[in-house]
Design a protein around this ligand. Structure first.
Ligand code: PEP
Ligand code: MG
Length: 325
């Protein structure tokens, strides 16, 4: 286990037998931060920064972003806050970027893929996050990464931006932990290479589900197939966690799956280090966690990985009770 320790013991989410798993919040604006912490969040596992850029005619400037990020960090105290860089394009257009309409937006020009064309926009965001990072425990996460080149590009931009900030005499965090969203399936085959370049991984189960099975997340005709609780998905999670842990890196999950209490025994059993969910889900998940035995959950997860169908996994879950150990 490589989960981070929180400062505050009363906040710490533990299973009945003392297994640690961090319970964090997903937020879309600085205004949501105080509520998340009063719900018992041990950190922010996903700050969806794109919300700052939407429903307006021009992008937020560096100062506006700095103030929003700083506000979250001040609300967090020493707790970690993961800022995800802009995840825009495709089905989430920004009028001022003038990206033409696409036939297949989820397979198109979105998130990290647009960064080289809009390098100035991303550098402004990196500057704002680095500057805010001087006021708390900020971490940086990049969406939709699928190749090492993309993360190397980000690192070179970070170096340049830090040199600028230094030359300007501005206060900033000299180094921030850097992670990627794992939401494109090909990443799973090169987790070891990413371990050389990044500090953590967070599974975006919403996108990962659609990409792993080639099932459009918005098409009702295939929605019965949109289910992350299958043998293939669980084996994939197990594989990611195993390789990342071997390299001393932690793995969280920040898609909807992370906050689904029905699946909490599986997620604990798969040895995920962090679950990030909407704030109101946190108290229930923490109290459910206190009922669970981690060895029983590991056994459950291993059995689930050997099931031959999603229905068989559901049957296993129905039979499983917290008392199993
Ligand atoms: C995800 O894909 O699971 C995720 C958290 O990102 P978003 O839902 O913002 O695409
Ligand atoms: Mg996503």
């Amino acid at each position: 286990r490589v989960a981070r320790q929180t400062q505050d013991a009363a906040l710490t989410a533990l299973s009945r037998d003392g297994q640690r798993i961090e319970v964090a919040a997903n937020i879309g604006s600085a205004l949501e931060a105080p509520g998340a912490f009063s719900n018992g969040a041990e950190g922010v596992g996903l700050f969806r920064s794109e919300m700052l850029y939407m429903d307006r005619q021009t992008p937020p400037d560096e100062q506006e972003q700095f103030e929003a990020y700083q506000q979250v960090l001040l609300a967090a105290g020493n707790k970690p806050v993961i800022f995800r860089t802009l995840d825009i394009g495709g089905d989430k257009p920004l009028s001022y970027l003038n990206i033409p309409h696409e036939e297949n937006p989820f397979l198109g020009y979105r998130a990290v893929r647009i960064y080289p064309e809009f390098a100035g926009l991303i550098r402004t965001q990196l500057r704002a996050i680095l500057r805010a990072g001087a006021y708390g425990n900020a971490q940086l996460m990049i969406p939709m990464v699928h190749s090492l080149d993309q993360i190397l590009w980000i690192k070179s931009q970070l170096q340049q931006v830090k040199a600028e900030l230094q030359a300007e005499g501005l206060r900033f965090a000299a180094s921030l932990p850097l992670g990627i969203m794992v939401e494109v399936p090909s990443v799973c085959y090169i987790i070891d290479h990413f371990c050389d370049e990044v500090d953590f991984f967070s599974i975006g189960s919403n996108d990962m589900t659609q990409y792993l099975y080639a099932v459009d997340r918005n098409n009702p005709r295939v929605s019965p197939l949109y289910n992350p609780i299958t043998p293939s998905f669980l084996r994939m999670l197990r594989q990611i966690v195993s390789v990342a842990h071997r390299h001393g890196k932690w793995v969280g999950i920040c898609g909807e799956l992370g906050g689904e209490s029905r699946y909490l025994p599986l997620l604990l059993g798969l040895e995920l280090d962090e679950l990030s969910m909407s704030g109101p889900r946190i108290p229930a998940v923490k109290s459910q966690l206190r009922q669970l035995d981690s060895a029983a959950c590991r056994e459950l997860a291993n059995k689930a990985c050997e099931c031959r169908s999603a229905d068989d996994i559901e049957a296993l879950l129905r039979e499983f009770t917290p008392e199993d150990d």
